[in-house]
Design a protein around this ligand. Structure first.
Ligand SMILES: CC(=O)N[C@H]1[C@@H](OP(=O)(O)OP(=O)(O)OC[C@H]2O[C@@H](n3ccc(=O)[nH]c3=O)[C@H](O)[C@@H]2O)O[C@H](CO)[C@@H](O)[C@@H]1O[C@H](C)C(=O)N[C@@H](C)C(=O)N[C@H](CCC(=O)O)C(=O)O
Length: 496
C-alpha cells in the first residue's frame, strides 16, 4: 500500500525521506518487521520500542515512526508523532481500509459482565440469523472458530486486522469487549462503534488508572466513540455518573436495571440454583424471560443484551429465545462436577465485587459450606496490594472457608501475594477460616479433600483460562480437567 494512503489524517512531522513509496506491512514489534515494512516504535511499560529501531532496519524496515528524538543514519523515511499508540491506531485503520465503517460494532465496557453480555448477544444475534464476530477475553470468534487473544481488547494493529477478517468472512456485526487499558492506550481509537454498553465499575487495575475517577474516565471514553446508542446500567453509581455525562451527547441513551425508571427493567425475579426467571419491560413490550445462569448479575447482563437487541431491531420473542438457548458460558459459574447438593463451580470472578457476588449467589441455595479457592493475579508492574487486601476481606466476610493460592503471579513473588491476602483475612477476623497452598493444583486438591457432602467449592479467578503464568513461563492449566482428574482418583477411594 502507498505510504501516503496509510498516513491519511495522521498528524506527523517528516524528519526525512519520501512518503510516496509502497510499504509491505506495518509492525510495532521489531521481531515482526518484514522487507519494505513500516516499524512504529512504542515507548512501552517494560521496554522502549525505540531501542529496537536498528533491529527493525536490519529486518528490512524502510519507514520508521517514532515519538522520541532518535538518530537514524540509514537513508530511509522517518516520521515523528506525538503519541505512537494513537498513531498506530490511525495508520492501522487506514491500512485495513477503515473496516469498522463497514461493520455494526457493539462495544461493551465496565469492570464485570463484559464477556457474559457478549455471549448473550452472540446467541441472540445468531438466533436472529445475523452474521456476527466476537472479540474478547475468551478469544476472537469468526465463523464460530475461536482464536486466543493476547489481550481482551487487542492492540490496534491486530484489532483492525481482525475487523478486516470479519469483513472478508462476510460478518455484519462485531460484538467486542473494550477494556479500560484499551481505551487508555488508544487501542480502539479511530474505530466506529454503533453501540456502547456500560455494566458497572468496581476497583480493578487501579495501579494503571491510579484512582476510581481516572478508571471511570477511561471507561467513559468509549461513549464518545459510539454513534447510535449508549446503553447504561442505571443502578450502578458510576452508571448514574456516566448517564449525566452522556445525556448531552447526540447518541441516543437507553438505560437498564432493576429500577423501574430504566428504559429496560426486570420485575418478578425468581432465583434458583441453576438459573433465573423474570419479566422484562421494554419500550416494545413485556415478556417472561429465563436465563440459564444463576444470580442477580446475570439478570443485569441479560438486560444489557436485551437492550442492545432492542436497539438492533431484533423482535423481543427472538431475543427471549436467544437468551434461553445459551446453556452456559465457559468459566462463568460453570458447574464442573455435581453430586446431589455437592458442587464444584469454576468462575472467572477476579475482582472483590465479583468474588462477593459469586459467593453470595452460591450461598442462596447452599445446603453446606462454601469453600473458596482463589488468588490474586498480578498486572505487569503493579503491586496490587489494595486488591489483595480487598479480596482477602471478601473471603473472610463471606466464605465459610478459603484456600488462598496463586492466580497468575507473573513476575511477582507468589508467597508475598498470598501473605498479603491472608493478612487481610486475619485482620477481618478470619483467622480459623483459611489455609494457604501456593500450588494452585494442590490447593484445588486440598479443597476437594476437606470438602464434605453438601459443600460447594468455588474455584475463582481463572474461569475459561487454560494456562497459568508463573514468572515468564506460561504453563498449561485447565482447571476443569484438573478437577475431574482429582475427583476421578478420589472416587476410587471415597464416594463424595
Ligand atoms: C501493561 C500493558 O498493558 N502492556 C501492554 C503493552 O505492553 P508493553 O508496553 O509493556 O510492551 P513492552 O514489552 O514494554 O514493549 C514496548 C514495545 O517494544 C516492542 N518490542 C519489544 C521487544 C522487541 O524485541 N522488539 C520490540 O519491538 C513491543 O512490541 C512494544 O511495541 O503493549 C502490548 C502491545 O500492545 C500489550 O500486549 C501489553 O499487554 C500486556 C500483555 C498485558 O498484560 N496487558 C493487560 C494489563 C491488559 O491490557 N489487560 C486488558 C484486560 C483487562 C480486563 O479486562 O480485566 C486487556 O485488554 O487485555
Amino acid at each position: 500500500m502507498l505510504l501516503s494512503s496509510v498516513l491519511q489524517d495522521l498528524k506527523y512531522d517528516k524528519i526525512k525521506g519520501d512518503t510516496n513509496i509502497e510499504i509491505s506491512a506495518i509492525a510495532y514489534d521489531s521481531r515482526k518487521v518484514v522487507k519494505n515494512g513500516l516499524f512504529l516504535a512504542i515507548s512501552g511499560f517494560a521496554v522502549d520500542g525505540h531501542t529496537f529501531i536498528d533491529k527493525a532496519i536490519d529486518k528490512g524496515a524502510t519507514v520508521i515512526i517514532v515519538e522520541e528524538d532518535v538518530k537514524i543514519e540509514e537513508d530511509i523515511t522517518v516520521l515523528k508523532v506525538t503519541n505512537s499508540r494513537n498513531a498506530l491506531a490511525r495508520i492501522s485503520s487506514n491500512y485495513y481500509h477503515r473496516p469498522t465503517e463497514k461493520l455494526n460494532v457493539v462495544g461493551i465496557t465496565g469492570t464485570n459482565g463484559k464477556t457474559s453480555i457478549s455471549y448473550f448477544l452472540k446467541s441472540i444475534f445468531e438466533h436472529a440469523e445475523r452474521s456476527i464476530g466476537l472479540i474478547g477475553t475468551i478469544g476472537t470468534v469468526i465463523n464460530n472458530k475461536v482464536e486466543k487473544n493476547l489481550n481482551t481488547t487487542p492492540e490496534s494493529l491486530n484489532l483492525q486486522h481482525t475487523f478486516s477478517k470479519m469483513i472478508e468472512a462476510r460478518t455484519d456485526h462485531c460484538i467486542m469487549e473494550v477494556s479500560s487499558h484499551a481505551l487508555n492506550l488508544d487501542r480502539v481509537a479511530y474505530s466506529h462503534f454503533n453501540t456502547a454498553i456500560f455494566t458497572n465499575l468496581s476497583p480493578d487495575h487501579l495501579e494503571l488508572h491510579h484512582d476510581m475517577e481516572e478508571y471511570f474516565e477511561a471507561k467513559a471514553k468509549l461513549f464518545e466513540l459510539s454513534k447510535d446508542y449508549n446503553i447504561i446500567n442505571i443502578d450502578d453509581d458510576y452508571g448514574k455518573k456516566l448517564i449525566n455525562k452522556v445525556e448531552k451527547y447526540e447518541t441516543k441513551l437507553l438505560t437498564y436495571g432493576l429500577d423501574k425508571d430504566a428504559d429496560i427493567f426486570a420485575s418478578n425475579i425468581k432465583y434458583s440454583a441453576d438459573g433465573t426467571t423474570y419479566k422484562v419491560h421494554t419500550p416494545s413490550g413485556n415478556m417472561d424471560m429465563k436465563v440459564n445462569l444463576p444470580g442477580v448479575i446475570y439478570v443485569y447482563n441479560s438486560l444489557a443484551a436485551i437492550a442492545c437487541a432492542y436497539c438492533n431491531q431484533i423482535p423481543l420473542e427472538v431475543t427471549k429465545e436467544g437468551i434461553q438457548k445459551l446453556e452456559g458460558i465457559k468459566g462463568r459459574f460453570e458447574v464442573v462436577y455435581q453430586k446431589n447438593n455437592y458442587k464444584i463451580v469454576i468462575d472467572f470472578a477476579h475482582t472483590e465485587d465479583a468474588l462477593k457476588n459469586a459467593i453470595l449467589t452460591l450461598k442462596q441455595h447452599a445446603k453446606g459450606r462454601i469453600i473458596v479457592v482463589f488468588g490474586v493475579y498480578a498486572d505487569p508492574g503493579e503491586s496490587g496490594t489494595d486488591k489483595r487486601r480487598a479480596m482477602g476481606q471478601v473471603a473472610a466476610n463471606y466464605a465459610d472457608f478459603s484456600i488462598v493460592t496463586s492466580d497468575n503471579p507473573k513476575d511477582q513473588d507468589p508467597d508475598l501475594i498470598i501473605q498479603e491476602i491472608t493478612q487481610a483475612i486475619e485482620e477481618s477476623g478470619g483467622t480459623d477460616t483459611y489455609d494457604a497452598v501456593v500450588d494452585r493444583k494442590e490447593a484445588i486438591k486440598y479443597a476437594i479433600d476437606i470438602s464434605e457432602q453438601d459443600d460447594i467449592i468455588l474455584i475463582a479467578g481463572k474461569g475459561h483460562e487454560t494456562s497459568q503464568v508463573i514468572g515468564t513461563t506460561e504453563i498449561p492449566f485447565n482447571e476443569k480437567e484438573i478437577v475431574l482428574d482429582i475427583i476421578k482418583n478420589k472416587n476410587q477411594v471415597l464416594e463424595i
